[in-house]
Design a protein around this ligand. Sequence first.
Ligand SMILES: Nc1ncnc2c1ncn2[C@@H]1O[C@H](COP(=O)(O)OP(=O)(O)O)[C@@H](O)[C@H]1O
Ligand SMILES: [Mg+2]
Length: 390
Amino acid sequence: MEEKNTIQAQLQEVCRRFRIPGTLTDWKQLTSGNINTTYKVNCVHEGQQTAYLVQRVNTYVFKDPVQMMRNIDLITSHLMKKNEAAGITDRRSRLHFHHTEEGDNYIFLGEEGEQEFWRLSNYVEDALSFDSSDDPRVLRMAGKAFGRFEAQLSDFDAAQLFEVIPNFHNTRLRLETLFGHVQEDPCQRCAEVQEEINAIAKARDFACQLNEKLDRGELFYRVTHNDTKTNNVLFDKDTLEPVNVIDLDTVMPGLAAHDFGDTVRFAANTAEEDEADLSKVSLDLDLFRAFAEGYIGETAGFLTEAELDSMALGAATITLEQASRFLDDYITGDKYFKTNYPGHNLVRTRCQLALFADMMEKYEEMDRIVHEVAAEAKKGENEHVWNYGI
Ligand SMILES: Nc1ncnc2c1ncn2[C@@H]1O[C@H](COP(=O)(O)OP(=O)(O)O)[C@@H](O)[C@H]1O
Ligand SMILES: [Mg+2]
């Protein structure tokens, strides 16, 4: 009860600092994200109830939250202009972070030394998000949401953005880090994971191709979302059309292939990310196609040929990269990812390696689907054509 009262007092203070009119009447915690602490807060002003989304930001993960909020300000302003120019009037497509009297879209609460970082945005009503789904419609709509996001930001200079998590998808560096730790073997766990280490070593050159394409200038950084899971899209509860992309914390310069690839890795796996029974792990090509139809359908008009060629590579690369991150965490003592049992990170590693192996089997098919969907979109055969306001 006391904890509840404390939270309520904090939420009231957040509303006050962001100059929300009226009285806070009720609130609840939303548990579908797993980074920040999220609340839906209802306030009543002159008989009218309005809901807000209040978040305490995880400053362990986001070391420089002020810079992160600056990114979010730039991105949300740009998206708002695009929506206006495109004549999108659905208020739910607008994500707006409120400002304090001083003009900041964040506040610090609490005592010096243990300050918490809070922010407040509009709450998008009548929308659903999915932690996972094996429904191709959800994948298609998620693809459409992230593709539209990429499209609307295609004229935004990514160099303006702060790199929230430096080298987030620098696969070459991730692998160097892993093999450095393999040499050190700080927890004496390497002997039992030789097979996994060898599998990653064998794929190392393959997985560095995106880095090389970037070095050669064949690929370039755009604005990317970097957490393209289905629970970061809000879908209309009746039509499933995407109304908004949320969770802009990791928006920073990146490759389109990473955004595309990470959804495939996470959402088109026939099993969970930590499935121990590897016979259940595979790439579902129907879900892959559905996501590609959504994403490529929205982006084929401006992505370069080299970018389209990099999509299947992105899916496989990011899967191997994730395997390397889980294995790295395992051999350095499970410090980064939350684990539910001893060896959890090793199980995750094996699952990602099994998915990677299956992706390599299906690599040509993935690539063929991407190009087929792109060709269709370019022909204008897609019935749905977005007006991005660009
Ligand atoms: N503006 C919003 N309107 C409605 N629901 C939201 C909004 N922002 C977030 N949510 C809900 O809260 C969940 C967690 O928010 P999110 O920003 O993704 O946090 P995390 O960084 O912890 O993943 C989302 O998956 C979604 O269900
Ligand atoms: Mg989220």
